[in-house]
Design a protein around this ligand. Structure first.
Ligand SMILES: Cc1ncc(COP(=O)(O)O)c(C=O)c1O
Length: 223
């Protein structure tokens, strides 16, 4: 069973604990069992009390194979797979992208290890707490301004406009006011789910967040 942990477009997540129960229910029906594979590129380093991603956020415990990028919260390049030794050994022998592609550089690997150390330190906890606070401030204020978003804690915060023309107008408006915003239109997202994807970073300041909110609050059209 394969799923994302956090879904990249809207910052919502798969109910991993429930999916894990379904995997366990069907495990005995297959000779080699049922494997649960989760891409949590947007979860690790961004969500969960200690930044361990959707597994931690949902309390699912470890899945069979956790795949993620080093290119988001860790700010480096490349990616990784974690799982039981037997699965990792199998991938080392059989995964074409692992065997026939250039690896990341030693410098990138060292930077990734350092990024992991930071997430796992008290400074990292501080950054995660700050990220949560800034995200909450932004998400709650969007709702107060009458905009549609999704409930949640993830720093990908969607502003759902549900129409291509409305989304384009808003992107244009934000750009003219010095705010870089990316509109997501069909076919990147299904029709009716057109949105702007805001991404909060622990490096943002309260003033950054409030500046965007002030511009959104002054939008001249209906929201
Ligand atoms: C779920 C998910 N996995 C992987 C990636 C890409 O990772 P990488 O750039 O390391 O290939 C992305 C997106 O940008 C993503 O959203």
């Amino acid at each position: 069973m394969v799923t994302d942990g956090i879904f990249s477009m809207r910052g919502d997540y798969a109910p991993l604990a429930e999916i894990k129960k379904i995997a366990a229910r069907f495990d005995g029906l297959f000779k080699e069992g049922v494997l649960m594979i989760v891409d949590d590129s947007h979860g690790v380093g961004a969500i969960g009390a200690t930044g361990r991603g959707t597994e931690e956020h949902t309390g699912s415990g470890p899945v069979d194979l956790l795949i993620a990028t080093l290119g988001k919260a860790f700010g480096v390049n490349g990616g990784y797979v974690t799982g039981e030794r037997v699965l990792i050994d199998y991938l080392r022998e059989k995964a074409p992208l692992y065997i026939y592609s250039n690896p990341i550089t030693p410098g990138e690997a060292a930077a990734a290890v350092k990024a992991l150390d930071i997430v796992d330190s008290s400074a990292g906890r501080g950054l995660l707490g700050r990220l949560r606070r800034l995200t909450l401030r932004f998400r709650q204020a969007l709702i107060n301004l009458g905009y549609e978003t999704l409930a949640g804690e993830h720093p990908v915060v969607p502003l759902l406009l549900r129409d291509t023309a409305r989304t384009r107008t808003m992107v244009q408006y934000l750009t003219t006011h010095g705010i870089l915003a990316t509109g997501l239109y069909y076919p990147v997202v299904p029709r009716g789910e057109e949105e702007i994807r805001f991404q909060i970073s622990a490096d943002h300041t309260e003033a950054d967040i409030d500046e965007v909110l002030a511009v959104l609050g002054a939008f001249p059209g209906p929201v």
